[in-house]
Write a protein that binds this ligand. Structure first.
Ligand SMILES: NC(=O)c1ccc[n+]([C@@H]2O[C@H](COP(=O)([O-])OP(=O)(O)OC[C@H]3O[C@@H](n4cnc5c(N)ncnc54)[C@H](O)[C@@H]3O)[C@@H](O)[C@H]2O)c1
Length: 258
């Protein structure tokens, strides 16, 4: 097995793949031979990702896409079942779709709080639940997206941080629950990766935000990470190279929170 063929004969679903880390991950897995499905609500972005991936495809690698919301239970069910039926198997699920909103806690409405939980946490739950019967057959694995905000204080992001802390706890629980059945469940905890989610963030901090509280969000030199740096770790976790890593949350932030 060479690095370029780690996913030959394997199939993968990657959510959030119209942009950022999800896009880089889908391209990486397809370039290593995966038959991959990109899932996102942004159709134009998905088309671009799939075209980039198919141009970079290694032996047997191939990408397609499904448009919809990860928070829509019926969509999640039909998407996973159609992909698994078409390919006869599902080996890898990567949950990267997510949203970030910055607000003062006292200004956060219940509706906004619930929306972030519904997408980030419930969407991850829906995909895991639907994929697990297929992953049990292939002894496949899951990689979720936590965040450094799950373990460190990131001001004005309480709902987001709560959703990511939930994903970290959910990941540990699933890893233990399926430990004897051969399905591994891990997560990445990125921080300061330059994607559309992060690029416009300073402008989205709420009015009156105390900027001195943000010293741990980026490196002292202002350097941001590339989405490809996270995609490489996800590919390792999802491949046989990660065969003995289970229930782990891997921080990828260039040392910002060290
Ligand atoms: N960039 C970072 O520094 C960083 C840090 C910590 C965690 N993360 C996490 O990594 C993951 C990827 O983030 P990114 O930085 O690539 O962001 P991004 O905004 O570039 O990509 C997120 C993708 O999720 C999609 N999405 C949002 N809501 C959706 C929904 N309801 N249904 C389907 N698709 C939906 C968006 O359309 C977008 O394509 C996210 O879960 C994010 O929380 C990123």
């Amino acid at each position: 097995m060479t690095l370029a063929s780690r996913f030959e004969g394997k199939t993968a679903i990657i959510t959030g793949s119209a942009s950022g880390i999800g896009r880089a991950t889908l391209i990486r897995l397809v370039s290593e031979g995966a038959t991959a499905l990109g899932v996102d609500q942004d159709e134009a972005g998905l088309r671009e990702t799939v075209s980039l991936a198919n141009n970079a495809a290694g032996t047997g690698g191939q990408a397609s896409f499904a448009v919809g919301s990860i928070a829509d239970e019926a969509f999640v069910k039909s998407t996973v079942e159609a992909f698994a039926a078409k390919n006869g198997r599902l080996d890898v699920l990567v949950n990267l779709a997510g949203i970030l909103r910055s607000t003062h806690l006292v200004d956060t409405t219940l509706e906004e709080f619930r929306h972030i939980i519904a997408v980030n946490l419930e969407g991850t739950f829906l995909f895991c639940r639907q994929a697990l019967p297929h992953l049990l057959k292939t002894k496949g694995n899951i990689v979720n997206a936590a965040s450094t905000s799950a373990s460190f204080g990131h001001p004005y992001m309480a709902a987001y941080a709560a959703s990511k802390g939930g994903i970290a706890a959910f990941t540990h629980t699933l890893a233990r629950e399926f430990i004897l059945q051969g399905v591994r469940v891990n997560a990445v905890a990125p921080g300061g990766i330059m994607t559309p989610m992060v690029a416009g963030q300073p402008a989205r901090f709420p009015e009156g935000a105390n900027l001195s509280l943000f010293s741990n969000l980026t490196r002292p030199d202002g350097h941001f990470g590339r989405p490809e740096a996270v995609a490489g770790v996800i590919a390792m976790l999802a491949s046989e190279d990660g065969e003995f890593i289970n229930g782990e949350i891997i921080r990828i932030d260039g040392g910002t929170h060290s």
